[in-house]
Design a protein around this ligand. Sequence first.
Ligand SMILES: Cc1cc2nc3c(=O)[nH]c(=O)nc-3n(C[C@H](O)[C@H](O)[C@H](O)COP(=O)(O)OP(=O)(O)OC[C@H]3O[C@@H](n4cnc5c(N)ncnc54)[C@H](O)[C@@H]3O)c2cc1C
Length: 291
Amino acid sequence: MYPTAFDYRAPASLDETLSVLKERGDEAKVMAGGQSLIPLLKLRFARPELVVDIGRLPHLNAIGRDDGHLVIGALARHVDIENSPEVAASALMLAEAAHWIADPLVRNRGTLVGSVCHADPAGDWGSVILAMHADLVARSASGERVIHAADFFKGPFETALKPDEVVTGVRIPVGKGRGGGAYLKLERKVGDFATVAVAVHLHLDGNKVEAAGIGLTAVGPNNIKATEAEHFLRGKEPTDEVIAEAARIASDAAEPKDDIRGSAAYKKDVVRVFVQRGLKAAVARAKEGRS
Ligand SMILES: Cc1cc2nc3c(=O)[nH]c(=O)nc-3n(C[C@H](O)[C@H](O)[C@H](O)COP(=O)(O)OP(=O)(O)OC[C@H]3O[C@@H](n4cnc5c(N)ncnc54)[C@H](O)[C@@H]3O)c2cc1C
């Protein structure tokens, strides 16, 4: 199918983008890599009057460190994250997650920020940013605001973003203590969306968990932050028993549905097993200093 007719703008600067969105945000869609938006246009699930292509904006593809944070620009693609030495050194889970996304064609065009703004409950990055306690930096003509990942997802394909806002990047705290993470994904075949996936990250202080983050993919109306399991882990030594109980609590937070990928009961159990495995891997990585 062909998309309905739309105007197309490709601003040369962020300021120009923001002034276009100030005037026409309600009828516009921002496009980064187009890997989710273009299929939506072609299926006519989205019918914007204007597409604002930010793909040529300068400086937004950077990946770097700033004040204890890993900062990923809005135009950094999945493949950039997968191959980034900065990511490998400070947040290995991101490189792991990037490799699970789609296929090389999609990974060469699509962006982490575009995926998060698309807010597909089966999207992999949503769980990663929830587990890493990340912030999204949003800009509009009236200024900048920071949105915690935990406040960003409002439902399937719905976010806290306003129509005149553009996300310029994601800030992920990486400076504190000995950290380790893992991303585990079950898919029917290579390149598929998740049947279930989990993102797990923790920091150790001595033998105890100082902070933990757990995000769940494809088991609810949006990516889910397993807050109770995170709280349960805090201050405890991550023994096998503690990890098993945290995994059980995390699986209680999942709200999967029966579908062609499996039954709800099966998916809940995969969450439990993956969180357990993920936490063990995260503890091992934190102890080895492998982030
Ligand atoms: C064949 C195929 C397989 C896929 N498999 C997977 C998979 O296994 N796992 C997975 O997680 N994803 C998968 N995807 C989805 C894809 O990886 C991401 O959703 C996509 O890369 C989104 O990034 P993008 O830059 O292409 O965003 P776009 O398609 O350009 O935009 C997506 C949405 O985000 C908005 N947006 C984009 N950037 C911004 C911004 N900076 N500020 C505000 N709004 C913005 C757009 O308006 C639009 O609503 C797959 C896609 C395809 C086509």
